[in-house]
Design a protein around this ligand. Structure first.
Ligand code: 5GP
Length: 194
């Protein structure tokens, strides 16, 4: 971990390029640190095999997403990979923070930039692949996307890698458990400070 800052926060925003393994690291945090609250995003993309509504995402229609935006129910939202909309429901984040639990958002770069505007006290963590080749290997290995979709995601990833400097801390995702531990170490357990 390159951690020039010793700053910690009760709200950690995890971002990084597509296929770097943000979802896997978040799942490892969920497994090994059930005390950490992890936001469930709303998305207009259809579920992949094995994904459950309310667990991995809230799978919503375009109309439902429109309503969430109109009612200002989202802390941030973005169109990701030029295909679907993703957003963080605001109220659950507020409730988690009010209850004193460390909280984490796993979102894309555009979303992280929005949260930085509204919640600058959060800690912004960039998850980075060990190398570009490894990122390509992980994206191909996942095997859930079409060729066209994969090309689009790689194009997005190139731009996203360049954003590392905007973040407070970088974690290199060599190994999922170690990355999850590095991440949790950045969270403030105390309810008194955010
Ligand atoms: P996937 O479709 O592979 O689950 O996720 C695609 C991308 O959407 C990932 O980069 C993920 O971080 C991002 N994402 C997931 N939830 C949210 C969200 O609530 N807001 C934003 N801005 N991006 C999200």
């Amino acid at each position: 971990m390159t951690a020039p800052s010793t700053r910690r926060s009760r709200l950690v925003v995890l971002a990084g390029p597509t296929a770097v393994g943000k979802g896997t690291v978040a799942a490892e945090v969920r497994r090994s640190h059930p005390d950490v609250w992890i936001s469930v995003s709303a998305t207009t993309r259809p579920p992949r095999p094995g994904e459950e509504d309310g667990v991995h995402y809230w799978f919503v229609s375009d109309e439902e997403f429109d309503a969430m935006v109109e009612q200002d129910n989202l802390l941030e939202w973005a169109v990701v990979h030029q295909t679907a909309r993703y957003g963080t429901p605001r109220r659950p984040v507020e409730l988690a923070l009010a209850s004193g639990r460390p909280a984490m958002l796993e979102i894309d770069l555009q979303g992280a930039r929005q949260v930085r505007e509204t919640m600058p006290e959060a800690l912004f963590v960039f998850l980075k692949p060990p190398s570009w080749d490894e990122l390509v290997r992980r994206l191909v290995g996942r095997g859930t996307e079409t060729e066209e979709d994969r090309a689009r995601r790689l194009e997005t990833a190139r731009g996203e890698l360049a954003a590392e400097a905007e973040f407070d801390v970088t974690i290199v995702n060599h190994e999922v458990h170690a990355a999850a531990e590095d991440l949790v170490a950045l969270m403030v357990p105390s309810p008194t400070d955010l």
